[in-house]
Design a protein around this ligand. Sequence first.
Ligand code: NAD
Length: 260
Amino acid sequence: MAQKKTAIVTGSTSGIGQGIAEAFAAQGINVVLNGFGDKDAIEKLRQGIADKFKVKVTYSAADMTKPAEIKKMVDDAVAEHGSVDILVNNAGIQFTALVEDFPAEKWDQIIAINLSAAFHASKAAIPYMKKNKWGRIINIASAHGLVGSPHKVAYVAAKHGIMGMSKVIALEYANDGITSNAICPGWVLTPLVEKQLQDRAKENGTTVDQEKVALVAEKQALHQFTTPEQIGGLAVFLVSDAAATITGTSQSIDGGWTAE
Ligand code: NAD
């Protein structure tokens, strides 16, 4: 990457998105942070990354359920940074229940944030990437983009959906210098998973620590959480010159979850 690049990472005020944003910044890539949270904590995070890695870091409060705000996030990034070279569609939420008990509004919200937002952001960013003949779109799917699990109907549907979207973008823009790939993590210990651990502990009369062991062992051959830093490392590889012809693929980083 000869020239200074700019990356938008949606949902980067926490967890995996933050790990990816920091990994990009460590490579000298300017970053647009996005996501919810305490205003002062977000400003501290933004300033901290900018100071540590000597890159430009801005923040967009765009709500990923609102297409107009998503388009504005992309346009503002170009206005403030000069380009959008990398887009990481990462923002996501979870809700668990049997299909028959699954609230319709939770379905709509998960599809909006985990799937439709990635479409709206890609649609807004691609024209800028085309103009520069260079772009990298990374969609944070999940092992649940490849296989299902009970109680996660909306999440699994959204993650399978984003895998399809990622392939279509790869095909349509293959000769415009734009690649599109999905990353499929297994378990990563973030607030999204901590909530599930608390629910399981309450339901099973166990402790969160016991559930940490049980959760990973249930799905993965390798009994270890993947870290946001490790996912950041994979994202850095996907935007590197070595990955210039990797497009339309999914990269599993799941401790063997989907090998069975
Ligand atoms: P997290 O809860 O730590 O972070 C989610 C981020 O999304 C936060 O920054 C939050 O503010 C943001 N967000 C939520 N709703 C938003 C909205 N409407 N608009 C803008 N931002 C919004 O979760 P995480 O585990 O880091 O998850 C990040 C992504 O990784 C998600 O797409 C998730 O499905 C995926 N993933 C997570 C795991 C895991 O084990 N944690 C595994 C596979 C995939």
